[in-house]
Design a protein around this ligand. Sequence first.
Ligand code: PLP
Length: 386
Amino acid sequence: MKLSDRMTRIGTETAFEVLARARELETLGKHIIHLEIGEPDFATPGHIVQAAKEALDAGWTHYGPTQGYPELREAIAAYVSRTRGISVDPLQVCVVPGGKPIIFYTVLALIEPGDEVIYPNPGFPIYESMIRFAGGVPIPIPLVEERGFSLDLNMFREKLGPRTKLVILNSPHNPTGGVIPEQDLKEMAHMLLETDAAVLSDEIYSRIYYGAPPVSISRYPGMTERTVILDGFSKTYAMTGWRIGYGVMPGRLVDAVNKLMVNSNSCTASFTQRAALAALTGPQDDVERMVGEFRRRRDAVCAGLNSIPGIRCALPQGAFYAFPNITETGMKSKEIADRLLVEAGVATLSGASFGAYGEGYLRLSYANSLENLMEAVERIRRFLSR
Ligand code: PLP
């Protein structure tokens, strides 16, 4: 069977590969602390699970509307309007199976071969994978550690131009935990209005932050009309396995995304939509508790990492990742990640697996117990002192 040429251009997510390797080592009897996978280690809140059970019993087990049930789209529109300070119509909301399909569909719907797409590097690997898959030209913009891992705005200014079809932003950010400051967003919005570029604003970590709430670029004048907001339930409500997320987008793109959905999924599962409705409209205490716990772990992990000679770790302002700088160890990111896994039993990801500008860093997900995290820090300390 000969695969299509386009399959040579699609990438993958290293996290799943490292997880598989770590599991293999576990079957051989090795004890591994898992800091590689990006999902909350908490259970989905009980009232959300209950809503899904009730939905199953009540027969929410059939096809639903491609774009998502109106009552869920209304709840999402109200929520996004409130949290982003914009006015969203339920007709602009597309409910899809996770946040990822919004990346997939937006890039497929907008990018012609040769179109340039600006995106953060290091960044979520699916951005570059999808840009290449669609035949677009990836234009990576480095993130600057000293600027809290916000984008290099000079480079952004230089690269943004008539060939830019799409700009992908992600704040709070995977893998650095950075949050783009308001002033940077304002400047970028200003520059963007001089072009025809659309924006995909990946806000999947919008509720997981430790300082001022992250701002969406969609709120600046003229930006709502050209921005796709990606958000969902995976991270906020510990619902990664439920596969439900959404995009908020201009009308023309809604039609395109609906067509791509009809051709791929038909619709998002009906009972998970009932659960998502309960998540958005029900009590939010579990979210607050989870973020409080992430904050405790973040503080402890960063303090621990900073006490290890050769490691410097900026305090992340959002998401649940630490992105320590390891250049002073003299090792490359992949080497240290591989050796930490095999020799120290700590599964992390090489910063370089998020793009070339991630070289010199490691990504540690602190979605693990404080006890395991502290043990991991000690294992890393012992490994480096050898
Ligand atoms: N965007 C970013 C930046 C992510 O880190 C992830 C998940 O890791 C996603 C999107 C995808 O989320 P989902 O699991 O809802 O598809």
